[in-house]
Design a protein around this ligand. Sequence first.
Ligand code: ZN
Length: 189
Amino acid sequence: MDFNGHMDTVVRVAVTLVNELTPGERRGRPFRLPEDGGAAATAALRTAYPAYRELGTEEGAQLAAVAARLRAVFTAVADGDVDSAATQVNTLLRETQARPMLERHDGEPWHLHFHGSDDTTAGSWAASCATGLAIVLGSEFHDRLGVCTAPHCDRVYVDVSRNGTRRFCSTACQNRVKTAAFRARAKGD
Ligand SMILES: [Zn+2]
C-alpha cells in the first residue's frame, strides 16, 4: 500500500500520535497520558521527522486532543463501522478546513501538504492526519486501520501487509497471544 510517500508518512504519524498521546492499555499494561505531553508529542513526531522542533506543554495538550479524535476513527473501522469513521473524518476535515498545497523543501520533489485554517501545530496535524485517513478510507484499503486485538492492549495500527491480515499493534503483542495460546494448549493435554 503506497498511496504516495508523503501521505504514507502522515498516516504513520496519525498512528504514532494515537499510540503515544491517548490513554488506555499498551501491551498488557495500563497506559496513562505522559506527564510531559510536549515531550511525548515531540517524540511522536520525530519518529517520522527526526529533526522536528521541540513542542511545549500547551501544544502537547492540543495534539493529545487531536489524537483522541483520530483514535475514534481507528476504533470505528475496527468495529466494522466505516460509515461512522467516514463521518468523523469529514467532521475533522470541515473543522480544520484542510487545504492541499504543493510544497518543495529540503531537496524533496514537489509533494502535497495539507494545512489547517489556523497555523497552530495541532491544527495543521489535525488537517494532515484527517486527510491521510480520508485517503485510506476512500480507497480499497478502507478496512486497513485497526486496533490491537491482544488482551489489554488498545494501541492502533495501519495494516500495510499485502493480504491485510494484521491483528496486532506490535510483534510484542503477537508473541503475547501466541504464548498464551501455547500455554492454553499445553494445559489442555
Ligand atoms: Zn498491542
